[in-house]
Design a protein around this ligand. Sequence first.
Ligand SMILES: Cc1ncc(COP(=O)(O)O)c(C=O)c1O
Length: 386
Amino acid sequence: MGTRPLLNRRLEGLGTTIFAEMSALATATGSINLGQGFPDTDGPAEIARAAADAVLTGRGNQYPPGPGIPELRTAIAEHQQRFHGLGYDPDTEVLVTAGATEAIAAALLALLEPGDEVIALEPFYDSYAACIAMAGARRVPLTLRAPSFRPDLDELRALITPRTRLILLNTPHNPTGTVLTPEELAAVAALAVEHDLLVVADEVYEHLVFEGAHHPIAALPGMRERTVSISSAGKTFSFTGWKVGWVTASAPLVAAVRTAKQYLTYVSAGPFQYAVAQALRLPDEYFAGFRADLRRKRDLLADGLAAAGFRVFRPEGTYFITTDITPLGEKDGMEFCRALPARCGVVAIPNVVFYDDAEAGRSLVRFAFCKQDAVLQEAVERLGRL
Ligand SMILES: Cc1ncc(COP(=O)(O)O)c(C=O)c1O
């Protein structure tokens, strides 16, 4: 096979995701898995039934249309209008993808040239680094620093160069729980307009905001034609395994993203698309109830982690809590997380894996709270023994 490495240079260092490593550790040790962000109870039964019905009645069992089934594209457009006052044409401005993950990949592969720079909020969701690398572009982190985890907008301005093509935003932000304010979004938008930059906005936690509200950057002046908004059904409806996501953007942007998407998966998840169309039309009570439930879980875990001695950064949104382990006499989140299952039967994620600036994330550890109350209580009890 010669001496040339099999994995190409662009993907060097991107080996196994931390989620795979930690979820395997959770299974091997029988630990409570507060690492990966998936709920331990499924979403609404009527939506699960809609998926089963679609399979049994032969809807979506064969290749659905490339951009997604019309029912789902219409439901996505209605949802953008209903919750955010954003109008999109279901035929030309909506694209269904295999989860937000594919939407991110397709957007970056479609919109970037090798050598382009992408400014992304650090810590970043791990697929961002991989997709920027696969596009041959360069990531430029805008670091959110403890304790506030707010973006420094002067620093953002300073990071923009003639090579900057795109700002990759994530709000509500995983893993810090930061929800960008209207003022912060307006400042980002003004810079994007001034420097003629594209924005890719990952909004998968749009319905999980506990303080303030989610504001889509696409709604701001000058942003509609330069923003690719991305969301997905996984988090909002607690069906992360279905992998139904979507893009909303202007017709030329959707056409560009679709060009890449059609050669990634072409189409996916036919029957689930029918079910997600129904889910997006659930009454307001569903969305409010989901948020209230997760807020209670946030407080349960945050209080428990604080009682166990962690420094807790209570998140404004998402279903993750970032903590600092320094008060426990610990320094290194990676070591801490690798040892935690053996020490007390809990799995968490070291935030350092989401940073280029390892120092900024070294002592931070993330816990997911999208779990049953009894599971969270048991986890808190175990962590209390540390
Ligand atoms: C910020 C962020 N974006 C995207 C995703 C992936 O979404 P999906 O499962 O729809 O591909 C996740 C999942 O954890 C996430 O946290």
